[in-house]
Ligand binder design. Sequence first.
Ligand SMILES: [Zn+2]
Length: 476
Amino acid sequence: MICRLAYNDAAASPSSRPPRRMLLLYARRLGPPRRRTHFEPQRHHRHMQDGTLTIQDGKIIDPATGRNEVANLYVVDGKISSVPPPEGAPVISAEGLVVAPGLIDMHVHFREPGQTHKETIATGSQAAAAGGFTSVVCMPNTSPPTDDPRGVAWILDRARQTACINVFTTGAITRNLGGDEMAPIGSMAQAGIVAITDDGHCVQNHELMRRAVEYARMFDLAVLDHCQDYYLVGNGVVHEGHWSTILGLPGWPRAGEELMVMRNILLAELCGTRIHCQHLSSAGSVRLLRNARGRGVAITGELCPHHIALTDKTISSFDANYKMNPPLRAQEDIDALIEGVAEGTITILASDHAPHATFEKEVEFDQAPFGILGLETELAIFLSILLHREKAISLDQLIAMYTVNPAHLLRLRKGTLRPGADADITLIDPNLEWVYEKEKSLSRSRNTPFDGKQFKGRAVRTIVAGKTVWELGTEG
Ligand SMILES: [Zn+2]
């Protein structure tokens, strides 16, 4: 069945486009995608204490239900419960802590299969747990790319065997992330993807992108886009501006992102379905998004911590740990991004966790790969900047951007502490001052510009299906 559908999907290439009626027939034959919680790791509940406990006297913040109160949270057999567990069940004191739904990072690169010297699903998951994340969404630029149902099944199976948290995956929009032939989106939906994206790449052919968006709509999948116009950006490696000129590095202009944000707004409007712009970096993108969302267009945007923590001035060090795609930009962009978060134009926070081996980053700046680690520092950076320094949003809003908002976009049955929900819980100390040391990272890589930096606030305990998978002070 899956093979035949994969063949049918393949027929939806630009050269032989099936009529829309046929596509709808395929969609009907496939039926609705399987419930995505189906792919959660198997938990062992042989002992009651594995998934049954009381979290006592914490400040429960659950933006999905509007709950914000100091109370006990009950967990019975891996689920949130409205009634206390039986006597004798473990009790965790959360006095002075925030009890949040398990955080979701919907933008990570775990490098497995293919580049396990950088990260594996196991090590990436451990780093995620140490950052307070109970669920992550993997990008498809693995090696080979995740562009067919076999690849999707392999990743989900590997995650079930090796991950300590919930690992979801996206599928590619185009075969081999090549931008010219649609991937078998329908059969990847059947295999369990939660969205499609060519992240790291960007589909330049607007007609192909339109059909991918229409195809995704039939399976109620979101389309995530790394917004980059290849012609405008060319071989740009840093923000086009003062520092690119001074340092003689090829520039990556803001318009290279904004053009594709505009394209996505037009397609979301045309197709009447949701498109999500990943890792926004420019003030102009915020302006475009604000206008479109004001008109009710189903477009969303995402912010990564480095894009508000650092400006392009940092590249004067020629340290490739300041090399990202899209690049670090100017202070005015940072101001606009923070304003975009404060006013609700940008609704999702994510890391773009992109591990690379040290030997790969220690080369000439323009030769080094793009990206940095993110999972263990992102919550701390956003708490430090958005909550404490800028006072741009409340803690409730910040938690919403990591829980109910991504869960809603991707249709994940996660991101809430409602009774009956999976007991994925993050305990946060929003005021804890601490220093990040990259040598203690649980990731397999060390490419971060934040080594030795002081932050205010972090996760202190991460619970998946009622079981503690990471706790501050107990890591090796
Ligand atoms: Zn990207």
